[in-house]
Unconditional design. Structure first.
Length: 664
């Protein structure tokens, strides 16, 4: 039909329809162009992601070689401190830093932010932090030198003997440690304390300031405000500092009870002129040069002295334990859980005793991953003591973690967070230290497991675990302040002691000033080792212990014969397999995933510690009430801050922060 025959209206309608069809066709055509383009883009992205995956594989191989090279040089230096080994170590570290810088540039050219695969993204994200290698070479050299100067000084520091002042070759390990373990002479302890802090502390102040400046530069190049934020990032949460503070708030009442109980016994032993009734405890009387664990005062403060000694040092010596026998015993416990035995190379290359060929070395115990999947070593100046029996398990726990995650990419060969790594061996040692297990091993005499022995046992563990918590917490509260610039060189020692007094309730044995630099007399400050990891470990190890004990059928909160504090997971493959599953993850998943895999909760919780020590807490409260002991402490009368420093602490907000973090 010719068009002329249509009415005007029909024409209009037809026109509209044609227009719409035309527009639809256009939209369709455009859409298909878009679809094709989008498909192209998706394919491109997928190809880019595949390329990223390939790149990651090769990068990881290169990093394994680089880290292996760097670790060998560090081991050679730390196990034999010479000028030559120090220079080689520095050279290799700088070379590897340059290599890493090149790799980093390639890494950052990938569009990893867009990747679909969360695992691949996580690896790129981790590699996007270049660490201290981000520094220009000259600054990196200054950083490495500042740390190795402090480290060398700490390792070589010696003092003279109190009784024989001509004998001047006393190192922290073993001599100073041994004096603090055995001496009851307050004057000898004070002298040794002061000498050690002079030899290992004051001399490192300049290097420490240089280290802080250089490390803060590195932090900024990695996108952090300071090293404090960098260290905190390892805990993968925005409110980590608040989490740490609320854990302390929960534990503090328990700490105050054990503190009051110990102070009373020290006062009875040394007299009120040495240990004031309501004051902080003088730091030199607690059996440890840093007052971080107080096990060595157990022998004269034990709640039920007539019951057998729970310290196994004497039994180890009587039974001719050697360093090797302690290591073999620990290995046997791990394998009884179906965990991995220490490999051949480990036994060949570890240093488990201080060599007596006159060389200087870093004696502080450490466990090493050489990142080649084969070479794992411990370096430890073992002495035959209860403490080293535990440290041996502690270090072997690190090696066990390395072995469990050795098939992960290098970037994931780390703890779920730093606290997890520190907790593995300690969890094992919690079982080993039970009266039940020590009796099986013949290290503790047979006797009934009555209430009194249980309190003795819990008390001994409290002197090791509860009292450590404020120390573990404050060491990095101090360094966070330094890194953030709220604690300057003029206030180092004053702020340090303010924290020690507020959190630990201890005071220095004599007046201190800014000519002293007491923090560096602790290994981890002189060696640049983050310390919050131990605080976290001492909390989460009790969560791990509780879950493992339940899996092993050794703990039942309803059954008084199955106490958490006497649970031994020895030979439980159920417990071992659950632990292994968590360890194998390395840092491939955020830590709450790893925590959940073992404990069913995604949080760090104080409830494990509190549940474990509940009977002791009740006993201490009743005992302190019975004796009328003051719980808590009044301000120290030993001067360590000037009046100007004290008023500045008020006006600068230091005191406000202290109140918040110390739950004051
Ligand atoms: O440094 C250690 C281990 C090596 S990772 C021996 N620890 C801390 C210390 O000695 O201060 C273990 C407990 C706390
Ligand atoms: Zn450790």
């Amino acid at each position: 039909m010719p068009c002329g025959y249509f009415s005007e209206t029909t024409k209009k309608v037809l026109f509209m329809i044609m227009k719409i069809i035309g527009e639809l066709a256009l939209v369709g055509a455009i859409a298909s162009v878009f679809i094709v383009a989008a498909q192209g883009l998706a394919a491109e992205r997928a190809a880019e992601e595949t390329a990223g995956r390939e790149y990651m594989r090769s990068l990881d191989e290169l990093m394994s070689k680089a880290r292996n090279k760097k670790t060998i040089a560090s081991w050679n230096y730390e196990s034999n401190i010479t000028q030559h080994n120090n220079e080689v170590n520095l050279q290799v570290a700088l070379e590897v830093a340059e290599e890493e810088k090149e790799y980093w540039k390639s890494t950052m050219s990938y569009l990893w932010h867009e990747y679909q695969d969360p695992d691949l993204k996580r690896m790129f994200e981790k590699y996007s932090k270049l660490g201290t290698s981000a520094l220009p070479e000259d600054l990196n050299e200054r950083l490495i030198s500042a740390i190795s100067n402090m480290q060398t000084n700490y390792a070589k520091a010696t003092i003279c003997d109190y009784k024989d002042r001509t004998k001047c070759d006393l190192h922290v390990e073993p001599e100073v440690t041994e004096i603090f373990r055995t001496s009851n002479d307050a004057e000898e302890l004070k002298y040794t304390w002061l000498e050690w802090h002079k030899a290992a502390g004051a001399v490192s102040k300049g290097n420490f300031t240089e280290y802080v400046n250089m490390d803060n530069e590195a932090a900024k190049l990695n996108g952090y405000d300071s090293v404090a934020e960098w260290w905190l990032s390892e805990y993968e949460a925005t409110d980590s500092e608040d989490q740490f503070a609320s854990l302390w708030a929960e534990i503090k009442p328990l700490y105050q009870q054990i503190h009051a109980y110990v102070r009373r016994h020290l006062r009875l032993k040394y007299g009120e002129s040495v240990v004031p009734a309501k004051g902080p405890i003088p730091a030199h009387l607690l059996g440890n040069i840093w007052a971080q664990t107080w096990n060595n005062v157990e022998k004269f403060t034990r709640p039920y002295p007539e019951k057998p000694d729970v310290d196994v040092t004497a039994a180890l010596i009587a039974q001719n334990y050697t360093a090797l026998k302690m290591f073999k015993t620990a290995d046997e416990f791990f394998t009884s859980l179906n965990l991995i035995p220490m490999p051949e190379l480990f036994w060949e290359r570890s240093i488990i005793e201080k060599p007596n060929d006159g060389r200087d070395m870093v004696c502080h115990a450490s466990a090493w991953d050489f990142f080649d999947g084969e070479d794992f070593r411990i370096k430890q100046c073992t002495t035959i003591t209860d403490a080293f029996f535990k440290t041996t398990h502690h270090e072997m726990g690190h090696i066990q973690y390395y072995l469990q995650y050795k098939d992960q990419p290098v970037i994931y060969r780390a703890g779920a967070n730093p606290g997890f790594h520190e907790a593995v061996g300690d969890v094992i040692a919690l079982s080993v230290a039970t009266p039940k297990h020590l009796k099986v091993m013949g290290l503790l005499e047979e006797g009934p497991e009555d209430l009194e022995s249980n309190i003795n046992q819990l008390y001994k563990m409290g002197l090791e675990k509860i009292v450590f918590l404020p120390f573990g917490y404050l060491l990095d509260l101090f360094r966070y302040g330094v890194f953030r610039g709220t604690t300057t060189t003029q206030d180092y020692n004053c702020h340090f002691w303010q924290l020690r007094e507020s959190l630990q309730g201890i005071e220095p044995p004599a007046p201190r000033s800014e000519d002293d630099f007491d923090p560096a007399a602790k290994y981890h400050i002189s060696a640049d080792v983050e310390y919050m990891r131990y605080y976290i470990s001492y909390i989460i190890q009790f969560q791990f212990h509780r879950s493992l004990c339940q899996l092993a059928g050794e703990y039942d909160p309803e059954d008084p014969t199955k106490l958490l504090s006497n649970c031994d997971i020895y030979k439980s493959t159920e417990a071992g397999n659950a632990l292994s599953n968590m360890l194998q993850l390395g840092s491939s998943k955020p830590w709450p995933d790893a925590m959940e895999a073992l404990t069913g909760t995604r949080n760090m919780e104080a409830s494990g510690v509190l549940e474990y020590f509940k009977p002791l807490h009740d006993w201490l409260k009743a005992e302190n009430e019975r004796t009328g002991e003051f719980v808590g402490w009044e301000p120290s009368t030993v001067p360590y801050c000037t009046a100007e420093q004290r008023s500045a602490m008020e006006s600068s907000g230091f005191n406000t922060r202290l109140k918040k973090y110390a739950s004051l």
